[in-house]
Ligand binder design. Structure first.
Ligand code: NAG
Ligand code: NAG
Ligand code: NAG
Length: 394
């Protein structure tokens, strides 16, 4: 890498890159020679084992969503819901045996929680992952920003509560107030590889309210505009360290669906886009309730800078399970499955997870995905690839 490029990287560098930038000034003759030290900061979890594909070349991800722990602790049914959710997490981890798991927002129903003990709810969630030794990470939802809890507090607590948590916070200045959950996790083919084959991106759609004493004030419910340039900067660093983006696959997770997904619902049909379609998307159910498209800088950057983006995956709308192609950016979007017994519900929806199965680490390979309910039923299986739900199928 050229020295003048290096100073550019330092300008846009996040907190974790700062130490290496200051140690290697652009005029340092050692900078050119120390390519390997430059690569090191691009492993954002240097103290943790690398997350890898299996020896047979497969990788299974399981996505939990909308667990909503902590509802009405003063009633019997609230704590009973949480016991049920813990039972579901334990059973699914034991039976699905994922290589990596994602908790895609609304871990708690923060508006019902107490300052003194809200983190005990996070401990209840993390317990089964620790017992099953399943590495995992999280995004944060509108119910995780409330009077007595914030996204940042959840991030700090999850980091302490589990050695299996691959949780990080956004660098300073990225994500806006209440939106510290923007980061990525690299997945390698084998532990010895220098370059990852898959990047899992996590974005923070904020929402909810500001913490006490300002809990009467709504927080913006979209990914902040600072995240767009941050994505672009991270991709430049990755290309400098690992080569072209087209060598890697990517998946993106964000709790509230991007604004553009609202328009996709009208073309959803049960053959191409199987799964529940019971939540009509509208005010409050996609990013930016005011319908002004404030998540545009994020959405444009996400869909243009990240190559081989296999899908964008969201929760928030408990009654939807479908996957569909967003035609203007030509990317696939999938809903999660409502996992928690807490949160709004309807008879017959059930509770479960979304699984994603990579059969090879090849960066453009198809990904199989389906919904699994607690009791074992599987449904809405589709194969995500360039042909899936493309215009030629309509
Ligand atoms: C937290 O404290 C409240 C109020 O004292 C109590 O009702 C609730 O059961 C506690 N929750 C947990 C998870 O211990
Ligand atoms: C807990 O799960 C059981 C078994 O599925 C169910 O009958 C019960 O209604 C659930 N309770 C709550 C409060 O969700
Ligand atoms: C937050 O916690 C405090 C003290 O535990 C409690 O009085 C309050 O009702 C809780 N909820 C909210 C939304 O502030």
């Amino acid at each position: 890498m050229k020295n003048n490029d290096f100073s550019l990287f330092c300008l846009s560098a996040s907190v974790i890159f700062f130490a290496s930038c200051s140690a290697l000034s652009p005029n340092d003759p050692g900078a050119e020679a120390s390519q390997n030290t430059w690569n090191l900061p691009l492993d954002p979890f240097p103290t943790k084992p690398r997350v890898t594909f299996n020896k047979d070349g497969t990788l299974k991800l399981t996505v939990f969503s909308d667990l909503h722990y902590g509802e009405n602790p003063w009633d019997d049914w609230g704590p009973e819901q949480d016991k049920n959710s813990t039972r579901l997490i334990k059973r699914i981890l034991a039976e699905e045996k994922p290589d990596f798991a994602i908790i895609n927002g609304d871990l708690v129903t923060g508006e019902n929680t107490f300052r003194a003990n809200v983190t005990q709810l996070l401990d209840q969630i993390v317990g089964p992952f620790n017992l099953a030794r399943v590495p995992f990470t999280a995004t944060y939802g509108n119910h995780d920003n409330q009077g007595n809890i914030t996204h940042f507090e959840e991030i700090l607590h999850l980091q302490k509560a589990s050695r299996y948590a691959y949780v990080r916070s956004s660098p300073a200045g990225v994500g806006g107030e209440g939106g510290q959950g923007n980061y990525w996790v690299p997945i390698y083919h084998t532990p010895q590889d220098n370059n990852p084959v898959l990047i899992l991106w996590f974005f923070d759609s904020r929402g909810g309210v500001y913490p006490n004493p300002e809990s009467n004030k709504a927080m913006p419910d979209w990914v902040d505009s600072t995240v767009g340039p941050w994505i672009e900067g991270e991709v430049i660093k990755m290309e400098a360290a690992w080569g072209p983006s087209t060598d890697r696959a990517a998946l993106a997770f964000v709790h509230i669906p991007p604004h553009a997904i609202q328009a996709v619902q009208s073309k959803v049909n049960a053959q191409t886009n199987p799964g529940l379609n019971d939540d009509k998307l509208g005010s409050g159910s996609v990013q930016d309730s005011a319908a002004v498209d404030n998540d545009g800088p994020f959405w444009d950057s996400l869909t243009s800078n990240i190559k081989n983006l296999r899908a964008i995956i969201s929760g928030h709308d408990h009654g939807n399970e479908w996957c569909a192609r967003e035609p203007t950016k030509n990317v696939i979007f999938c809903f999660n499955k409502h996992s928690g017994y807490g949160g709004y519900d309807s008879a017959g929806w059930g509770h479960g997870v979304r699984n994603l199965l990579f059969r090879t680490p090849e960066p453009t390979a198809s990904v199989e995905t389906w919904i699994r309910l607690e009791e074992g039923e599987e449904r809405a299986r589709v194969t995500l690839d360039d042909k899936y739900d493309s215009t030629t199928n309509h």
